[in-house]
Design a protein. Structure first.
Length: 763
């Protein structure tokens, strides 16, 4: 632990080094695969090799007869035991997210998976059988011995192809203000158009998924050891699948080695290990292999967007029209990317807009929220349209953006979303200064002297944060000199143990290293929405603040007794209760030692959103001979309302930039047309960004308090990625503009860039 972090009071605004890092870096963390129980056995999933196929028969006799094999579970067993489908709830979880009701009045089409495929396999990698054996090696051998007769069926892997059949359409909605948008286009002098594919990517967290299930026959209770985005949600979903009361399920998790949203949703293996444990009478463990994760993890993005922007002669935006097609995958796990992307298509700009939003089913793994779900896609489109308009019609890129910015808040956009607060123009001017925008021509000349094409890209963003509305914090002052906080927002690397401790330090005046954050066990967590949609800090702050106030109020009563003074004469500051006008006092822990633990709890039901915003600037160099793109400078300013820990926020921004650059320049889940086979199913074929691909980032924070939060907070974990796709591609296209290139599709790999240059030269 950093010495400066030891036994210090570090409240809101302190760049405190993470308190949990020493424990994690010295191997004292506990990730999902680290859980081990006496007598545990191992499981392997048998997965479909077909993207779409009828399961004619499954012959597991040879596998079951192998020494050490304890069970081979199939869809027939699922039916025999009356298990229910995975209860995905694909709609947005709380306001202010707009509803994408089907425009013809029909309900959304919901297709939910069973924990093992029954009758049909719908994507390559879907679990068809579950083999349980004494050792992992035996389970693997037995899995290969399971004989499955498939009848291949036609498969569709792209949203465009799926949309040709209305049976595949799950969502079909027109939202926004079509009348005002049409009127704007009727008056337009300039119209620019962009058709683009926001390609599918996968989360590839450092820690692959793992799950350990343990059934206690004496109590009839299931325990799941598995990290993800939450604990209370999988507890409830396992109960629904098994048709039992939630109190018969317990979920335990400690560390989660990366999430990015793709681990927030329920995976069949969570239920499979618990069910298998009941079947065989021993704890059952399953650990995902990396190639298996490529096949079966929930994916992100995968949008086809057709859009138009209308402008008058002076460059005023008159209307935005878009059609978004979301590839939902084989099942309707989530509509959130489609919903949140649609409702923010106007970004920071003031203009009428209308959108036709559709979600379709394909023979691929489900898509689910992936870091800043839907918003990077929307920001990519609007920022690319603005650059296209500037280039085609002679507008200055910065001036065009400034002219059309939302000038004051609160502001309600065309989709009915009301931005809470912000100073968008000042943030824009600040990032331009920080990025030395005016000094760019000098850097351009230096690049040209070295034989490279240099480009600069600019883009803004607004981000919607909502998520599960309920949260609870239980705060206890313990006599031994510790503060315990039990709260249901499981961290997957965001630094909760530090940021939450700083909140306690701010309001109770205790050193941060005395604070223990417990998010690990549903036997202690009655309520908890998990970590997603920037909700953790916002809701944790509200509940911890309320509970802290309750503790102070209780402490004053006890302190008055200890100090033999009237309660009205006691005040609390810096962790001590003091008799006004004297130096007589007693600290918080001493009160707990004399009178017993001081505890209070607080609940929140927050259905009001928060809207972080910011601006990014990127500079790239492009080698026109090879198509290689290198990011040379990257500058950001992100508004988080109030910064609890600037150091952590900067780190989250860095990570978000890297993820955005990964999608903009390298990453792609590629499924073969016709067969649905994943051709990028390993790190040999799926390119990931590396530290050497980046310069040092220049990141800054803006702090305009949110008017939608009682303490002014907005989440800060997604700002790094939200504008990055558009900003980076804007920079790439700017670098190649003198060669006639007007657009490059993502990922802008060397081959794609080289082809764009070649095609432009031929025209």
């Amino acid at each position: 632990m950093c010495a400066t972090a030891f036994h210090m009071i570090a409240g809101i605004g302190t760049p405190l080094p993470r308190l949990e890092d020493e424990r994690l870096l010295t191997g004292r963390g506990c990730y999902s695969d680290d859980f081990t129980l006496p007598g545990q056995i191992h499981a392997v999933a048998v997965r479909s090799p077909h993207a779409h196929a009828r399961i004619v028969s499954i012959d597991a006799a040879a596998a079951r007869a192998m020494p050490g094999v304890l069970a081979v579970l199939t869809g027939d067993d699922v039916l025999a035991d009356g298990l229910r489908p995975v209860p995905h709830i694909p709609a947005a979880m709380s306001p202010p997210d707009i509803r994408l009701d089907n425009s013809d009045g029909s309900p959304h089409k919901l297709v939910r998976p069973m924990i093992l495929a029954i009758g049909e396999a719908r994507f390559v990698g879907e679990a068809v059988a579950f083999v349980v054996a004494e050792t992992l090696a035996i389970a693997r051998d037995a899995a290969e011995a399971v004989q499955i007769d498939y009848q291949p069926l036609p498969a569709v892997v792209t949203g465009q192809a799926a949309a040709r059949d209305t049976d595949n359409v799950a969502v079909d909605s027109i939202v926004g203000d079509p009348a005002a948008t049409q009127a704007g286009f009727a008056q337009a002098v300039h119209i620019v158009r962009l058709e683009t594919d926001i390609q599918r990517v996968t989360g590839v967290p450092m820690e692959p998924r793992a799950a350990l299930g343990d059934y206690d026959s004496a109590s009839g209770r299931y325990t799941l050891y598995a990290g993800g985005g939450a604990l209370v949600r999988p507890k409830r979903e396992i109960a629904r699948i098994f048709g039992i009361e939630p109190d018969r399920v317990r979920v335990i998790a400690h560390e989660v080695g990366g999430n990015f949203g793709t681990r927030n949703f329920f995976y069949p293996e969570f239920a499979l290990v618990c069910w298998a444990s009941r079947k065989v009478g021993r704890p059952v463990k399953w650990t995902c292999e990396r190639q298996e994760a490529f096949l079966s993890d929930y994916a992100g993005r995968d949008f086809r967007i057709e859009s138009e922007l209308a402008l008058d002669a002076e460059g005023n935006f008159l209307g935005l029209s878009a059609m978004s097609l979301s590839n939902l995958g084989a099942y309707t796990a989530s509509f959130v990317p489609l919903t949140k992307g649609t409702q923010l298509m106007t970004s920071l700009y003031d203009l009428p807009a209308a959108a036709h939003a559709r979600g379709v089913l394909t023979n691929t793994p489900c898509t689910a929220p992936y870091r800043s779900a839907g918003r990077p896609e929307a920001m990519f489109v609007i920022e690319r349209l603005i650059d296209l308009a500037a280039r085609a019609h002679g507008f200055d890129r910065v001036a065009l953006r400034r002219r059309n910015l939302v000038k004051s808040t609160p502001h309600t956009n065309s989709f009915g979303v009301t931005y809470d607060s912000g100073d968008y123009e000042t943030a824009l001017l600040d990032v331009l200064k920080l990025a030395d925008w005016d000094g760019y021509p000098t850097r351009l000349n230096l690049s040209q002297e070295r034989g490279f094409h240099r480009g600069i890209g600019l883009g803004g963003y607004v981000e919607a944060q909502s998520g599960a509305p309920n949260e609870r914090a239980e705060v206890t002052i313990l006599p031994e000199g510790a503060v315990e906080v039990v709260i249901g927002t499981l961290s997957s690397g965001q630094g909760h143990a530090t940021s939450f401790a700083q909140l306690v330090s701010e309001w109770l005046g205790v050193p941060t290293d005395t604070v223990r954050i417990d998010t690990s066990d549903t036997d202690r967590l009655a309520v908890g929405g998990g970590s997603h949609s920037g909700r953790s800090l916002r809701l944790a702050a509200t509940t911890i603040h309320q509970a802290s106030r309750g503790i102070v109020a209780k402490g004053i009563k006890f302190a008055a007794q200890s100090l033999e003074a009237a309660e009205a004469d006691i005040e609390f500051a810096d962790g001590r209760f003091i008799v006004k006008g004297t130096d007589r006092g007693i600290d918080l822990f001493a009160v707990a030692r004399q009178h017993g633990p001081l505890a209070d709890a607080a609940d929140v039901d927050s259905r009001v959103g928060s809207y972080p915003y910011g601006w990014h600037v990127c500079e790239v160099e492009v080698d026109a001979e090879t198509g290689v793109v290198r990011i040379e400078r990257y500058t950001t300013i992100d508004d988080v309302g109030r910064a609890v820990n600037p150091l952590i926020l900067h780190g989250q921004t860095h990570g978000g930039i890297a993820q955005g650059a990964g999608q903009a320049l390298a990453e792609l889940c590629f499924y073969e047309t016709g067969t649905g086979q994943l051709l990028s199913g390993s790190f040999m074929d799926y390119a990931m960004p590396r530290a050497s691909d980046f310069p040092s980032f220049a990141t800054a924070l803006s702090e305009v308090p949110s008017t939608n939060h009682p303490l002014g907070f907005r989440g800060g974990g997604e700002g790094g990625i939200t504008p990055a796709l558009g900003v980076i591609i804007n920079a790439v296209v700017d670098a190649l503009a003198d060669l006639g290139v007007t657009h490059v599709e993502m990922p802008a790999t060397p081959h794609r860039v080289w082809c764009a240059i070649r095609d432009a030269r031929r025209q």
